[in-house]
Structure formats: structure tokens, C-alpha cells
Design a protein around this ligand. Structure first.
Ligand SMILES: Cc1cc2nc3c(=O)[nH]c(=O)nc-3n(C[C@H](O)[C@H](O)[C@H](O)COP(=O)(O)OP(=O)(O)OC[C@H]3O[C@@H](n4cnc5c(N)ncnc54)[C@H](O)[C@@H]3O)c2cc1C
Length: 311
């Protein structure tokens, strides 16, 4: 299971013990076994679902939700979910909220579900109530923890797929994605991000990549570096990039423009290094160091390497 998937199960289980996990794709035995540690599993395992083609997956999600009389359909807020879950909501009717970061149930177990979600690129956090059924919700991966795994795994049942009724209007061609060993920036517990302070890809990899590897972290980037061709688009954090909320976000040589903050300001702890003591990032940082990243980052890496090898 992707690390973030636990958040959806965790959120669902906080609301109801009667939670079922639906896994979709092909050759799902390993992932179904893993999901069965948390909830009974329905496995939609079929070659026609091998690639996450949104109209097919949404169709299966909607069919299963109807058959189960599901009142609540929950997924983790990811790039794929943005494409797939909204379509499932469209097929099901009801009401949808995406990117939920918190909730409250008012008036007892069956009371009103109030959801907290950022809006307008994080400028406000809205508290909303969905009217209608079913309710379709995506939650931020970092906002909820996976439940404790059960001592005895839950049952796994196959979902029968009627391939004749699956939508056939989109064909999967290919997928380009980074195949590095580092975690994805949206799923990592620690994100090390670099900004315009870094002059080229080699410097970025040596400093940001080096520190990320020493911490087991993901790398992120400001848009300034993406626009300059120094980092790939997939690393961009911010209003027009990825929204992240890791336990620790390191902003290195990043000024703290409002569009960058929109993507990371909900991180649990923010630490920044910048040579300008008046850089706006320091207003949002829990820890700040005024200094040159070309001096401070190698020092940090050396300290971490020293403590790692001492263990
Ligand atoms: C519609 C729109 C959408 C946008 N979306 C995004 C987005 O999604 N993500 C995003 O990041 N930006 C986005 N931007 C761009 C954003 O406005 C900023 O231009 C960008 O975030 C700046 O990146 P930066 O902080 O790396 O660079 P700068 O603002 O140039 O800051 C560089 C910082 O590095 C410091 N520095 C320089 N050298 C060193 C050194 N040797 N050691 C230490 N510190 C040093 C400087 O003091 C400075 O604070 C968007 C802009 C618009 C208009």
C-alpha cells in the first residue's frame, strides 16, 4: 500500500467501525493482504484495471459503492485521486469534499460531520458540512494516521468485474514517472526543499538530494528552480505544484513567496535557512538559521553522516 493510503482508512475508521477497503488494479494479492490488516477487503483485480484509467476506475468505485450501500466513500488526496474520485462522485451523485485536513462530529456518533479543508490555495481553512448522500471525501495523506493493524487479518473478497460494461473511451498509452529511491514529496514524513539559492542541478542534487538522503526524506523545489530547468516539475511545491504537509519541511534558500507557502505552510514543523534575515519564510518557520546554504547544508550532511555512522 502507498504510505498515504493509511490516512483514508484511518479517517474512515475514526467515523465508523463498519469500513471496507476497496483495492483496484491487477495482481493485487500483496496489496490486498496488506489492506486486510486494517479492514475487510474487496479486491477488484482484473487486467482491464491494470492502469489507473480514471473513467474505468470511477465506474468500478461507483458500482461497488452502490452495491454496498456505502454512505461514505473515502480516498487519499493524491494526483490519481484528483482524476478518479471526482468522477466517481459525479456518477454517484451525493456530495463531495476534497483535501480534508480535519473533522469533528457534532452531537454524538450519528451527529453532523463537519470537515475542515483549505480553500483558495490555502488562504483560508473552511469548515463545511456536506448535504446529500453518499458523501465522497478525499483526505490529505499527512492529516490522518493509519489505524493499528489487527492481530488477525480481515477477509478478502473478489469483486466481479463485468468488462463489457466498463467505459471504453480512454485508452492507457504510457506513464512517465520518476523512478528514484526517494519517497514522493506528497507522502514523505520529511521534505527537503530548495529554492533559487541553488545555481544548477548538480548543486541542487549535492545539497538538497544529499541532505534528503541523509534524512530519508523527499526532495522538493520552489517554482523558481522548475522555471529555470534546474528541477523537474514533479518536485514543485506550492499553489501550482504539490500541496504537502509533512512532519518536517526544510526550506533552504527559499524566500517564502505566498504561492510557495500555499503548498507547505500546514507542515507540522518548518525549518528554514536563508542568508537574508528579513526573508518572509522566517515569519512562518518554527526554526530559522540565517546563513549561506552552500556552507550550512554540507555541515548538516556531515553532522548527520557522523551520527548515522556512530549508530
Ligand atoms: C500564479 C503563480 C503561481 C505560482 N506558483 C508557485 C508554486 O506553486 N510554487 C512556488 O514555489 N512558487 C510559485 N510561484 C512563484 C513565486 O511567486 C516565487 O517567485 C517563487 O516561489 C520564488 O522561489 P524562491 O523562493 O526559490 O526564489 P526567490 O524568491 O528568488 O528567493 C530566493 C531566496 O534564496 C535566498 N538565498 C539566495 N542565495 C542564498 C544562499 N547562498 N544561501 C541562503 N539563502 C540564499 C534569498 O535570500 C531569497 O530569500 C507562483 C507565482 C505565480 C504568479
Amino acid at each position: 500500500m502507498r504510505p498515504g493510503s493509511g490516512a483514508a482508512v484511518g479517517f474512515a475508521r475514526e467515523l465508523s467501525e463498519d469500513t471496507t477497503a476497496l483495492v483496484l488494479g491487477e495482481n493485487l494479492d500483496a496489496i490486498a493482504d496488506e489492506a486486510a490488516k486494517f479492514a475487510p477487503v474487496l479486491a477488484a483485480d482484473n487486467p482491464t484495471l491494470a492502469a489507473p484509467v480514471a473513467d474505468r476506475w470511477a465506474h468500478v468505485i461507483a458500482e461497488v459503492a452502490r452495491a454496498q450501500n456505502a454512505e461514505l466513500i473515502v480516498a487519499t488526496s493524491t494526483t490519481w485521486a484528483k482524476d478518479i474520485v471526482g468522477r466517481a462522485a459525479g456518477l454517484l451523485g451525493g456530495a463531495m469534499a476534497s483535501d480534508v485536513i480535519g473533522h469533528e462530529v457534532i452531537g454524538g456518533a450519528n451527529g453532523e460531520l463537519r470537515l475542515r479543508r483549505p480553500m483558495f490555495a490555502g488562504a483560508v481553512n473552511a469548515t463545511i458540512v456536506l448535504e446529500g448522500s453518499p458523501q465522497i471525501i478525499t483526505v490529505r495523506p499527512s492529516a490522518y494516521d493509519a489505524p493499528e493493524p489487527a492481530a488477525t487479518p480481515f477477509a478478502i473478497e473478489p469483486v466481479a468485474i463485468d468488462t463489457d460494461t466498463l467505459p471504453n473511451t480512454t485508452r492507457f498509452e504510457s506513464l512517465d514517472r520518476k523512478t528514484g529511491a526517494r519517497p514522493d514529496v506528497t507522502e514523505a514524513r520529511i521534505v527537503v526543499s530548495g529554492g533559487r539559492a541553488f545555481k544548477n542541478s548538480e548543486d541542487f542534487e549535492q545539497h538538497i538530494g544529499g541532505l534528503a538522503d541523509a534524512l530519508g526524506a523527499a526532495t522538493g523545489s520552489s517554482r523558481a528552480l522548475v522555471d529555470a530547468g534546474i528541477t523537474p516539475n514533479s518536485l514543485q511545491v506550492g499553489q501550482t505544484g504539490k500541496i504537502v504537509a509533512p512532519e518536517l519541511y526544510l526550506a533552504l534558500g527559499i524566500s517564502g513567496a505566498v504561492q510557495h507557502l500555499a503548498g507547505m505552510k500546514n507542515s507540522r514543523v518548518i525549518a528554514a535557512i536563508n542568508k537574508d534575515p528579513d526573508a518572509p519564510i522566517f515569519e512562518f518557520a518554527d526554526y530559522g538559521l540565517v546563513g549561506d546554504v552552500y556552507e550550512e547544508v554540507p555541515r548538516l550532511i556531515a553532522e548527520l553522516d557522523g551520527s548515522n555512522s556512530a549508530q
